[in-house]
Each structure stands twice: as structure tokens, then as C-alpha cells.
Design a protein around this ligand. Structure first.
Ligand SMILES: N[C@@H](CCC(=O)N[C@@H](CS)C(=O)NCC(=O)O)C(=O)O
Length: 230
């Protein structure tokens, strides 16, 4: 497919990161607009016309407009020339496994985990309780949920390589994007296996390029949560 005119809106947070990592894996040229959520930039008439949700990320390729990060990541990996070192599943089993990781990450780790925490933590702890209300029990149970879900997926995290074998796939993009936020919020990752998977993954060149594009730094340690987009 023609790879001109790829554009991404949004930065400083884990959801645009998913798209940047996919684009870097596919070595595609793209234009990125560094706008943050809740800065007012997502609420202009011009932006709302592009993305009525008023959120980031937003992805555009010619007349294809996508306002969900997972859908945009999948669009990139399914529609451009496949690089040798990125795994696109061919078997029904591996396709299902990648879907399983993607939905698990989007639903259990992101929506029911770190995003609940983000919305209801007190502002001093980098939450948005000023907007969404304090909810200590929701915060407590979301932390417990992340812990339980990491324990549940540990069995499927390999001791070497990537989730589906020798090359990264969308499963890794999704899992790493969530592990990033889990680390930003200083939640404990109790599993040594997941810790060592994370340490391997952050060394990948394309991951580092996507980190720089998203956060302005190659690694999370140089980045503080105060800087992150909401
Ligand atoms: N399901 C969406 C979630 C997008 C989302 O919530 N983005 C956050 C920043 S990472 C945002 O723009 N929040 C502002 C708001 O909720 O108003 C996706 O994965 O793209």
C-alpha cells in the first residue's frame, strides 16, 4: 500500500506509543503532531472534527481515519510491507493468541487497571481525582487487579525472546505499552520473568525510537509521570 501521508496526533502517553512503535517497526515515514490530552489541544473545533472523542491518539492515512490506538496499530501492521523481523501471524492459533494479548492488555491491564487508577488517584499521586472524583476503593482494587492479571499472564511470558517467538508482534507492543504505565505508577511487578522480559524489550532499536517520539527520552527512567499526557 502507498505509504505516504501517514499522520499521528498525540504524544507523552502509552496509547500513541503503540502506533509509533508499529510505525518504527515498519520503517515508515510519518508526520506526528505533538498534542497532549487535556491541554485544550484536543478540544478545538478543528481537532474535534477529526476525532469527536476529543482524545489522543488519532491516526490518519489518506482517507482512513482511526481514533482507537489498537485499531491504528493493527492497521499499520496489516497494510504495509512486512519487515523481516516483525511477526505477523499466519496460523489461526497465533492470530488468536495475538488477539488474546491485545484484548487482555486493552481491557484488563489498561481499562480496568491503570486507567481506573489514573482517574481516581489523588492529584498528589498524579491522578485525576480533581476531574473524576476520589474513589479509594476503586484505586485499591485496580492495583489488586493489575497484580492479579500480571500473575495470570506470567505463565505465557517466555524466558527468552518475544511473546510469540523470535520477533516482536502486536502482542508485545500492547503488553509493553501497559507495563510502561504500570512502571510509571510505581506498581510492583512481582514476576522476575516479566521483569526480565521488560528489560529485554526496552533494548530494541525500534522501541527506543518510539520512546523518543512519544516521551522525548529513550527510557522511562528519564521521564517522570508529571510530564505525561492525561
Ligand atoms: N481507547 C482509546 C483511549 C484513548 C484515551 O483515553 N486517551 C487519553 C490519553 S492516553 C485521553 O486522550 N484522555 C483524555 C480524555 O479522556 O478526555 C485508545 O486506546 O485510543
Amino acid at each position: 500500500m502507498n505509504n505516504q501521508n501517514i499522520e499521528v496526533w498525540g504524544f507523552k502517553t502509552f496509547r500513541p506509543f503503540r502506533i509509533y512503535w508499529a510505525l518504527e517497526e515498519f520503517n515508515l515515514q510519518y508526520r506526528s503532531y505533538k498534542i497532549g490530552s487535556r491541554t485544550g489541544e484536543t478540544q478545538t473545533a478543528e481537532y474535534l472534527n477529526l476525532n469527536p472523542k476529543g482524545k489522543i491518539p488519532f491516526f490518519r492515512h489518506n482517507n482512513v481515519h482511526i481514533n482507537e490506538s489498537v485499531a491504528a496499530m493493527n492497521y499499520v501492521v496489516n497494510n504495509f510491507d512486512r519487515p523481516a523481523d516483525f511477526y505477523i501471524p499466519l496460523s489461526a492459533k497465533d492470530k488468536a493468541k495475538i488477539d488474546e494479548w491485545s484484548y487482555f492488555c486493552a481491557m484488563e491491564l489498561d481499562s480496568l487497571g491503570v486507567y481506573i487508577l489514573r482517574r481516581h488517584q489523588p492529584v498528589q499521586k498524579h491522578g485525576l481525582s480533581n476531574l473524576y472524583g476520589e474513589a479509594p476503593n476503586a484505586v485499591k482494587t485496580s492495583i489488586e487487579h493489575v497484580d492479579r492479571m500480571l500473575k495470570a499472564c506470567e505463565r505465557d511470558v517466555p524466558n527468552e525472546n518475544w511473546l510469540l517467538g523470535g520477533s516482536p508482534s502486536c502482542a508485545d507492543i500492547m503488553f509493553m505499552s501497559c507495563l510502561q504505565v504500570i512502571k510509571l505508577f510505581n506498581l510492583e511487578i512481582k514476576s522476575d520473568k516479566i521483569q526480565s522480559y521488560y528489560k529485554r524489550a526496552v533494548q530494541r532499536k525500534q522501541y527506543i525510537s518510539a520512546m523518543i517520539k512519544t516521551y522525548g527520552h529513550p527510557n522511562l527512567e528519564e521521564y517522570t509521570i508529571e510530564n505525561q499526557s492525561k
